[in-house]
Design a protein around this ligand. Structure first.
Ligand SMILES: C[S@@+](CC[C@H](N)C(=O)[O-])C[C@H]1O[C@@H](n2cnc3c(N)ncnc32)[C@H](O)[C@@H]1O
Length: 259
């Protein structure tokens, strides 16, 4: 018989479950079972991307959305479509991600979803009401082919800074940009030598910057964040590490920037 398990990464509020068939095929189950999305060949099951559900659900109806760095399951695109977006554009630099999202598009007849390869905004030629990105944000000494889904460069902020800067030209008037970040990157308070992301955003001309979701991320011994901690501390010496159930934790945040 198939098994169905509640799926609650980062303690998300939206009900999500995982269905596994006898043959081992897994499905991400949303909307009380109405949608069952097969997990793709890379085996990527969204975690942090699902944190966007509660934030996006109330605001995407009838909106034009860009999902920058959509990943294999295109979870932010799927959330936007299920919650009534009028048009969704999903882009990624990794063609393996585009392949599976195209498969889901066809299988579920998502005719208002367009998908194409783009290095950041390079192939994007229109404007959006809402731009959403859960980009690579892990501080790592370099970005290479193996860590392209995770590495945000030396200070973890290469993509965040670039997206904040470039998105202004791709947002309609009153448009909004939603981004994920770790609190230790210095979102509203500096934790290293860099400006806070908030100050950087306001200097670019955004009218507001708010942390609209805060999720406790427990760092298990085998997690990438845990392994990177010694390096991260060299870049962000003022970062605070809390503990929960004797494990180090950090805060995963969703940021909202208004044009
Ligand atoms: C942390 S994953 C997020 C995936 C998905 N959006 C989610 O929330 O689960 C970051 C994604 O950004 C993509 N990416 C990395 N560099 C990129 C670039 N220069 N342009 C576009 N996408 C990029 C990666 O291929 C990966 O799919």
């Amino acid at each position: 018989m198939d098994t169905i398990q509640e799926y609650k990464p980062l303690d998300i509020q939206t009900p999500v479950s995982l269905r596994t068939t006898l043959s081992g095929q897994r499905f991400l189950v949303l909307k009380d079972g109405k949608y069952q999305f097969p997990i793709g060949p890379l085996g990527y099951i969204p975690k942090s991307g699902l944190c966007f559900y509660d934030v996006l659900a109330p605001i995407v109806n009838n909106k034009k959305i860009l999902d920058l760095g959509c990943g294999e399951m295109g979870i932010i695109s799927l959330i936007s479509i299920l919650e009534g977006a009028s048009q969704v554009t999903a882009i990624d630099i990794d063609e393996r991600c585009l392949y599976w999202l195209n498969h889901l598009k066809t299988k579920f007849h998502f005719n208002n979803l367009e998908i194409f390869k783009s290095d950041m905004f390079q192939a994007v030629h229109k404007k959006f009401d809402v731009i959403v990105s859960n980009p690579p944000i892990m501080p790592m000494p370099e970005i290479n082919e193996k860590n392209i889904h995770d590495s945000g460069g030396k200070d973890g902020r290469i993509y965040l800074n670039k997206i904040m800067k470039d998105a202004l030209s791709y947002l309609n008037d009153n448009g909004q940009l939603y981004l994920s970040a770790f609190s230790f990157l210095g979102t509203d308070t500096p934790t290293g030598k860099q400006l806070s992301l908030k100050q950087y955003a306001l200097n670019l001309g955004y009218s507001s910057f708010d942390v609209v979701a805060r999720k406790r991320k427990i760092l298990s011994d085998n997690s990438l964040t845990y392994k990177q901690l010694p390096y991260i501390k060299t870049i962000y010496p003022y970062m605070k590490i809390s503990t929960y159930q004797n494990k180090p934790t950090t805060e995963f945040q969703i940021l909202r920037l208004c044009k």
